[in-house]
Write a protein that binds this ligand. Structure first.
Ligand SMILES: [Zn+2]
Length: 222
């Protein structure tokens, strides 16, 4: 399951029967991409790339999540139609359309130009999340929340040096935590999640990142 050639857009396996285009993606996935984005197809496939290949179990969980999300989306879409079906049947329909659904979601979230974001650790830090394939990812952060759905993730104190902990899965950063020497973060072990710790530079006290919305690249000075 984990092996084999994968479509560079939807990340599902390309089987022998699938039609492969020159871009190493399913033809049906390529057909989902708006013509105005075709010229930056390589950037889009770069954004959808995994940092490492998840386990077969994680890939199976992902497939089941997407099937459930799409089944629910179809049920909601046809809620007032006579042709609506029970959720179990929509999930069977969804099984045949997982690459289409995944690629359409990727395109709807993707930003052609990665947006930079900055924050200084002498002030409170707020995060914005984006949902992709049923998981929440940090899409940006700032010292100023831009809307009500931003979450306060750090409140500065006089405790001194700050470390930033980024929880990452194969695709992006799911959470940011900050700690001072006397205030270590409490984290639970979650399958498929790794924690990366970086010490924030004492002189600049800044963190920065660039994000194509579903894929935050974090840089910590120092
Ligand atoms: Zn595909």
């Amino acid at each position: 399951m984990a092996g084999g050639l994968r479509c560079s857009l939807c990340q599902f396996v390309i089987s022998d029967e699938d039609i492969i285009t020159g871009s190493r993606c399913h033809r049906q996935c390529l057909n989902m991409i708006s013509p105005r984005y075709l010229k930056c197809l390589w950037d889009m496939t770069d954004a959808s790339k995994y940092d490492y290949m998840p386990s077969a179990r994680q890939l199976d969980i992902r497939q089941r999540k997407i099937k459930s999300l799409m089944g629910t989306a179809l049920l909601t879409h046809f809620a007032h139609s006579k042709s609506n079906l029970p959720l179990e049947l929509w999930e069977i329909v969804a099984e045949y359309l997982l690459p289409h659904f995944t690629t359409a979601n990727l395109q709807s979230l993707w930003e052609p130009t990665p947006k930079p974001c900055y924050a200084n650790t002498t002030q409170p830090i707020w995060c914005k999340y984006v949902e992709f394939e049923g998981n929440q990812y940090v899409s940006t952060f700032s010292n100023e929340p831009k809307s009500d759905d931003w979450e306060l993730v750090f409140q500065p104190s006089n405790a001194g040096i700050v470390d930033v902990y980024a929880a990452e899965n194969h695709f992006g950063i799911t959470k940011l935590l900050f700690s001072s020497p006397h205030n270590l973060p409490k984290v639970d072990e979650v399958e498929g999640i790794w924690w990366r710790k970086s010490r924030i530079d004492e002189e600049s006290l800044n963190i920065r990142a660039s994000s194509d919305v579903c894929h935050l690249l974090l840089y910590v000075y120092g």
